[in-house]
Design a protein around this ligand. Structure first.
Ligand SMILES: N[C@@H](CCC(=O)N[C@@H](CS)C(=O)NCC(=O)O)C(=O)O
Length: 209
């Protein structure tokens, strides 16, 4: 069975898509239309009851959660060397970074347009949206100062942390934040855009590279 990635353009599914391309994996893509709320339709809920993307269908079942998917892609394609599994400390660092992106940065971002997950009143939802850019800025300042080693997140070696950061950094403009505020993140973005796997994934998603 060829792994199938369920995605929607402009979402965190891009990170896994890039990793699959970097690994030169065989994969199939299924695109969901968020404008039609396909992520909450019965057909997709049968794939991923969370109603979110990404989901990766493998021969042993369905995987969700971006850090798990990225690690799975790296582990199943060792030749691509997308993570240092032999080095417990170095791999823990990658996991820490991915956990931060997943649990803090992505969630900070979601307050911009998905406030209805956490509150009902229009006032509360708009307050959360108004606060989102400041929270994203705080996250990216920390990434810039403490996490991104350069040229890649973990230093000299490109890893699964890179497409994850690239995808989230691509959302800064939705918050009205110029990525140039963070010089290292900005340079990382340029390096990423030059990679054939990144261009391929963006093209396959119908986004201009
Ligand atoms: N923790 C999940 C988050 C997945 C997630 O929230 N995906 C968003 C797109 S970026 C989604 O599917 N949203 C659909 C919705 O909220 O209806 C991960 O890291 O993969």
């Amino acid at each position: 069975l060829i792994p199938t990635l369920y995605y929607a353009p402009g979402t965190i599914a891009l990170a896994t898509h890039i990793a699959l391309a970097e690994a030169q994996a065989e994969y199939r893509l299924v695109r969901l239309d968020f404008a039609k709320t396909e992520q909450r339709g019965a057909e997709y809920l049968a794939v991923n009851p969370k109603g979110r993307v990404p989901a990766l269908v493998t021969d042993r079942g369905i995987l969700t959660e971006t850090p798990a998917l990225l690690t799975y892609v790296a582990q199943t394609h060792p030749a691509a060397r997308l993570a240092p599994f032999e080095d417990a400390f170095a791999f823990a660092r990658i996991q820490a970074f991915m956990a931060y992106l997943c649990s803090t940065v992505h969630v900070a971002h979601a307050h911009l347009r998905r406030g209805a997950r956490w509150a009902d009143s229009e006032a509360a939802i708009s307050e959360m949206a108004a606060r989102a850019p400041a929270n994203m800025d705080e996250c990216f300042r920390l990434i810039e100062a403490e996490m991104l080693q350069g040229p890649w997140v973990m230093g000299e070696h490109y890893t699964i942390a890179d497409p994850y950061l690239f995808t989230l950094a691509g959302w800064l403009e939705r918050h009205g934040i110029d990525i140039a505020r963070y010089p290292k993140v900005s340079e990382h973005h340029v390096f990423m855009l030059a990679r054939p796997a990144v261009r391929r994934a963006l093209e396959e998603q119908g986004q201009a590279a």
